[in-house]
Design a protein around this ligand. Structure first.
Ligand SMILES: Cc1cc2nc3c(=O)[nH]c(=O)nc-3n(C[C@H](O)[C@H](O)[C@H](O)COP(=O)(O)OP(=O)(O)OC[C@H]3O[C@@H](n4cnc5c(N)ncnc54)[C@H](O)[C@@H]3O)c2cc1C
Length: 432
């Protein structure tokens, strides 16, 4: 094995959390090395950003590069979310929201978006070892050590003053340090692809919004349609495994998932109409059991960022926002550690990060119970409440001034009751 290499901060993974962490650390002058298993651009699911992201991208000095390449990579301007359930339609305009901050963003091909962020982090001076895989972790001494294998099967070790796990679904530290803790969500599966959407004359369809469609027969199943600016879209369906079993799909790898996705699309008349000219021209993929949690998010010499820590559910497109927020919260603390100061990771990182995640969680649970769906499709919504909901959908889950974030679960139940029985208007619009 070659001699031990050294750096200030080691990061596993160059997804949004890893690259934004690297960029922020470079602003503070630290030496940063990212170990990234794949070569970029590489496919990743998760194309719908939330306006809250823009704040974190800007803070990390990564917004300009995305903005400059919007046309080249057909990133689609996005200003809201649209919902469809049978004949019911609803949409939220993110510029009409309670919280301060940007109200628009983009729908991005993650292969290019992630590549842009990683390239910018490199321009700031981060070193990225693409095609290198972390195969072992040792955090026993003050300075963590990663064992890494390159594509020629050479194995080397690298030591840092601090370690950040941004490995997403790779979940390197949870696996090696036995931090895994089960998610309390049921196991769900996503079946998805990118399509030539062929949408030319769908009058109610708005390319500037993600479209979420509730399945006609099972409200716990839903489709996403995330348009790009060049006539292509990301399209997928999410449901519990038993839903797919009704279509004869037991999860086996040789199952024809393209025909499965088309059959599920055919169940919805309105969505089928929108996508009647669509061409499925690249392989359909599937992911199962992606929701995950951990026992703790940090210790004296390491922290978990983004999906390596917790992943909830794709329904409100919160993944990249949480990933970027985690870097934004963690890096000032890493700076303090490297300056010899004491950091209380539970109080200063985990609790503040989880506060917003808990708000998203309440909405996700309420979506699948059907309560939040009733809120979304209600025609009785008070304008103030609509703005509060719009803020959450735009990603502002950490805005503690938003009245519906406090005891979010309980308030969502009350809100659902209100939407079903608008006579409670006064109580709710006066502070929920
Ligand atoms: C079905 C589905 C739909 C989604 N839709 C959305 C959406 O619309 N909007 C949204 O914001 N989010 C969405 N998400 C979530 C989003 O994709 C993730 O939250 C986001 O990518 C997390 O970023 P990250 O930086 O934490 O990890 P990732 O983007 O996963 O990056 C992790 C990186 O670590 C690397 N890595 C892994 N293991 C190793 C190793 N051993 N050594 C070295 N490198 C390693 C990987 O190659 C990868 O590049 C969706 C998720 C799913 C499952």
């Amino acid at each position: 094995m070659s001699p031990m290499q050294h750096t200030d901060v080691l990061i596993i993974g160059a997804g949004p959390s890893g690259s934004s962490a690297a960029a922020l650390l470079r602003q503070k002058g630290y030496q940063v090395t990212i170990i990234e298993k794949q070569h970029f651009p590489r496919f990743s699911i998760g194309e719908s950003l939330l306006p809250q992201c823009m704040v974190f991208l800007e803070e990390a000095g990564l917004l300009d590069t995305v903005r400059e390449h919007v046309g080249e990579f057909a990133f689609q301007f996005k200003n809201g979310a649209a919902f469809l359930r049978g004949k019911q339609r609803s949409f939220y305009d993110f510029t009409q929201k309670f919280s301060q901050g940007p109200g628009t963003t983009w729908q991005v091909r993650r292969a290019y978006f992630d590549h842009l962020l990683a390239q910018q982090a490199e321009k700031y001076g981060a070193e990225i070892h693409f095609g290198h895989e972390v195969i072992d972790v040792d955090v026993a001494s003050d300075q963590p050590i990663l064992t890494v294998k390159d594509e020629q099967q050479n194995v080397y070790q690298i030591q840092a003053k601090f370690l950040l796990d941004a490995s997403g679904f790779g979940r390197i530290l949870p696996k090696f340090l036995d931090l895994e803790s089960p998610s309390n969500f049921p196991v769900r599966r996503a079946v998805f692809t990118h399509i030539e959407d062929g949408i030319l004359d769908a009058p109610d369809f708005d390319r500037e919004k993600i479209l979420i469609t509730v399945h006609a027969k099972d409200h716990r199943a839903w489709y996403w349609l995330i348009p790009f600016a060049d006539g292509r879209s990301s399209f997928g369906v999410v449901a519990e495994q038993e839903f797919f079993e009704q279509y004869g799909f037991d999860g086996s790898v040789d199952y024809d998932v393209e025909s499965l996705l088309k059959r599920i699309l055919a169940d919805d008349e309105s969505l089928s109409q929108v996508l009647r000219n669509a061409k499925f021209d690249i392989p359909v993929r599937t992911l199962v059991g992606y929701s995950a949690n951990v026992k703790h998010l940090a210790d004296r010499n390491y922290a978990l960022l983004g999906n390596a820590g917790e992943f909830l559910d794709p329904v409100f497109s919160s993944g990249v926002t949480i990933a970027l927020k985690s870097s934004s919260l963690a890096i000032p603390l890493v700076d303090q550690v490297l300056q010899g100061q004491t950091v209380n990771w539970m109080e200063q990182y985990e609790k503040p990060l989880r506060k917003g995640i808990q708000v998203f969680r309440a909405y996700v649970e309420s979506w699948y119970s059907g309560e939040f769906q009733d809120v979304v499709f209600s025609t009785q919504q008070d304008e103030n409440i609509r703005r509060m909901v719009s803020s959450l959908l735009a990603g502002y889950a950490w805005d503690t001034t938003n009245p519906i974030h406090k005891n979010a679960k309980k308030r969502l139940s009350t809100l659902a009751e209100y939407c079903r029985d608008p006579q409670q208007t006064e109580t709710l619009s006066n502070g929920v």
